[in-house]
Design a binder for this molecule. Structure first.
Ligand SMILES: [Zn+2]
Length: 425
């Protein structure tokens, strides 16, 4: 019987995960791999090392994205690209992003191991900074690769350091001016197919006993604000009666309850929508005996439909206007960060489903709740699909988990899809 990838490549994949974990650990908990930070740099150096051992062609673009190519028989054909990001959120889990990088590397290792030369080039990409938690901007690596970053993006400040994104890029050895160029760093027409493997980050696949792998049907876009403000009047908590108060925290409570109600109504109408306000800070003067005069807050709205995003964002603004009048507070919105929703390529998704069947691995269709670098490419017309792997304890937290046996199934689907891409029907 011929060896299956899930068995033959298991030790390789485990070693790569373990090696990277060893230098990624946060001193307190979880892993912290800041985009353009020293540990992300180390991830790139580590993957490059494997590229050399496997005799792959190596390229680093002007934004620091890494490309390792296994040359195909016909170098003129557009390539099959796979990969994900090497960074993580602060004190996050080990597998968000890294799973896709290790899956791509494992697929390449496997092709070398079984002496398989593909028809077309197979390229592993390791994107720089995908996570928005450090500087408030997501998909920085893939946006840079496609010439879509703006000077405003590069002026964003680190979450807890006096450093701009441009300065972080410079520190990692890259030129922010070059990164702002509008031409893509690679020819997008030269990508025939892009498949990103990623942990699901939700509970659906992990609740299934049969299908531990999903083929993504669509990717939610998002509208976000990093730091909006509700401004009231700071005053003595004992001396000011209710009718004279302009309490910013109460106003926010009011806003949250109203938006939560709207959200329920929209879901009942059948709209695809998730809504989160996850960061709240009261002003520097906040204290137990002080009526809060200022709250800073974040907004994150996601949907498969652009129209839903626009309308829910408008509704939020309208609610703020009403509450502002009612309570004598003021709302200030910072820049709206938009990430477009994306559709996966149906033909490519069908090919992935077929590959899973060939490999004898049960899969199910699943929507992607999170945005990914894949969405950036899909929106520029690159045929994209994603493979999701069951994971435990959600994501963007230090307790995130993934079973290696599930990962191997997803990786086998990926490798099979790449290796059968040019086979005649
Ligand atoms: Zn990710």
């Amino acid at each position: 019987m011929t060896e299956r990838l899930r068995d033959g490549a298991l030790d390789f994949a485990r070693q790569v995960f373990d090696d990277i974990y060893a230098f990624s650990q946060d001193p307190v908990i979880g892993v912290s791999r800041q985009g353009y930070g020293p540990i992300e740099n180390k991830v790139h150096e580590y993957i490059k090392d494997w590229g050399r051992k496997l005799n792959l062609e190596e390229k680093v673009d002007r934004a620091g994205n890494l490309f390792l190519t296994l040359p195909g028989k016909n170098r003129d054909l557009p390539c099959y690209m796979t990969g994900s990001h090497g960074d993580s959120v602060p004190q996050g889990g080990h597998y968000d992003g890294l799973a896709g990088v290790v899956a791509g590397l494992t697929a390449l290792w496997w092709m070398r191991h079984v002496h398989f030369q593909p028809e077309r080039d197979v390229v592993l990409v390791v994107f720089r900074m995908e996570e928005s938690s450090w500087f408030g901007k997501a998909y920085v690596g893939s946006l840079a690769m496609t010439g879509q970053l703006t000077p405003e993006d590069l002026a964003l400040k680190h979450r807890n350091k006096d450093q701009t994104l441009a300065e972080a890029m410079r520190e990692a050895g890259f030129d922010p001016k070059e990164i702002l160029r509008k031409d893509p760093t690679i020819d997008l027409k030269h990508i025939a197919a892009f498949t990103e493997l990623h942990i699901e980050q939700g509970p659906t696949l992990d609740s299934r006993s049969k299908e531990r792998v999903g083929i993504v049907t669509g990717i939610r876009g998002n509208f976000r604000h990093k730091a909006c403000k509700c401004i009231g009047v700071t005053a003595h908590s004992g001396a000011v009666n209710k009718e004279f108060r302009h309490d910013a925290v109460m106003a926010m409570g009011h806003l949250l309850v109203n938006m939560d109600k709207h959200w329920d109504e929209w879901l009942a109408r059948g709209e695809d929508l998730v809504f989160t306000m996850g960061v709240f800070k009261t002003g520097v003067s906040s204290a137990i005996a002080i009526i809060p005069g200022e709250v800073t807050f974040s907004i994150d709205i996601r949907s498969l439909s652009r129209d839903t995003l626009i309308r829910f964002h408008k509704l939020l603004e309208a609610e703020c206007a009403v509450i502002a009048t009612d309570r004598g507070v003021k709302f200030e919105f910072d820049r709206l960060l938009v990430c477009e929703e994306a559709s996966v390529d149906p033909a490519l998704a069908a090919h992935l489903t077929k590959a899973a069947k060939i490999a004898g691995i049960p899969v199910m269709p699943i929507p992607s709740g999170a945005g990914h670098d894949s969405a950036v490419l899909a929106n520029l017309g690159v045929p994209v699909t994603m493979i999701f792997v069951a994971n435990q304890n959600g994501s963007h937290n230090p307790h995130e988990q993934m079973k290696l046996e599930d990962f191997m199934l997803g990786t086998e689907v990926l490798a099979t899809a790449i290796m059968t891409y040019d086979q005649k029907e």
